[in-house]
Design a protein around this ligand. Structure first.
Ligand code: MG
Length: 219
């Protein structure tokens, strides 16, 4: 009986992937580079997005999609306050964004006026990993206080990512976090990952992150 669930799940993923492909085609036709930012709650996704906007707003036209499980607009308001077009997706408790949600959000953004689309996924290290939303690159923001064992406990999310931003390096003197152990855990799962330690508080590493985005978006 249990096996009957397998084809159903597969069909849902395929429908999602079809719409993800449409999202990708839309971004491509508008010349937009899209990134999907995933993390556990509190790792610093919104802070990283705000710092990214600060670093790049004179060189790229940026738009943001904010995924949240509730109708609170705390994160979206922060983005709006710095003058960036933002659309919030309320998943109604859902633990991840999917491609149809992002397709709806894309219709509400001025795509002709954008070079970079940043999608903040729902804070969760499990569910977002399995849903392609059509962006060009997947990013995980990890942070020092979360602990260095996360790649070993939540392997799936690290497997397809392009960049691992290790945030809150300013807290390293106060927290027992073995960076080599953490990094090894990520690199066992993903040999091609760009590992970038950053601090949204001190600004450490953010120039390298901005350079990576500029370089990728130019292609
Ligand atoms: Mg946030």
């Amino acid at each position: 009986m249990g096996t009957t669930h397998v084809p159903i799940v597969q069909r849902i993923l395929n429908a999602n992937d079809q719409i993800a492909a449409q999202n990708r085609a839309k971004l491509d036709s508008e010349g937009i580079f899209g990134i999907n930012i995933m993390a556990s709650p509190g790792a610093g996704k919104t802070s990283t997005i705000l710092k990214t906007i600060e670093a790049l707003k004179d060189r790229m036209r940026i738009g943001v999609i904010e995924g949240d499980t509730a109708a609170v607009t705390i994160d979206a308001d922060k983005i709006k306050a710095v003058g960036i077009p933002v659309v919030q997706i309320n998943t109604g408790g859902g633990c991840h964004l999917d491609a149809p949600m992002v397709a709806d959000a894309l219709q509400q953004l001025p795509l002709q006026e954008l070079d970079l689309l940043i999608v903040e996924n729902v804070g969760n290290l499990v569910c977002p990993a399995t849903f392609n939303i059509g962006t060009h690159a997947n990013i995980v923001v990890a942070s020092i206080p979360e602990g260095d064992d996360k790649p070993y406990k939540y392997p799936r999310i690290y497997q397809g990512i392009d960049v691992l931003l290790l945030n809150k390096t300013d807290l390293a003197p106060y927290v027992a976090f073995n960076t080599d152990y953490f990094r090894r855990g990520v690199e066992i799962l993903n040999q091609n990952v760009n590992f970038l330690p950053i601090s949204c508080k001190t600004g450490e590493g953010l120039d390298r992150w901005a350079d990576w985005l500029l370089q990728k978006a130019a292609h």
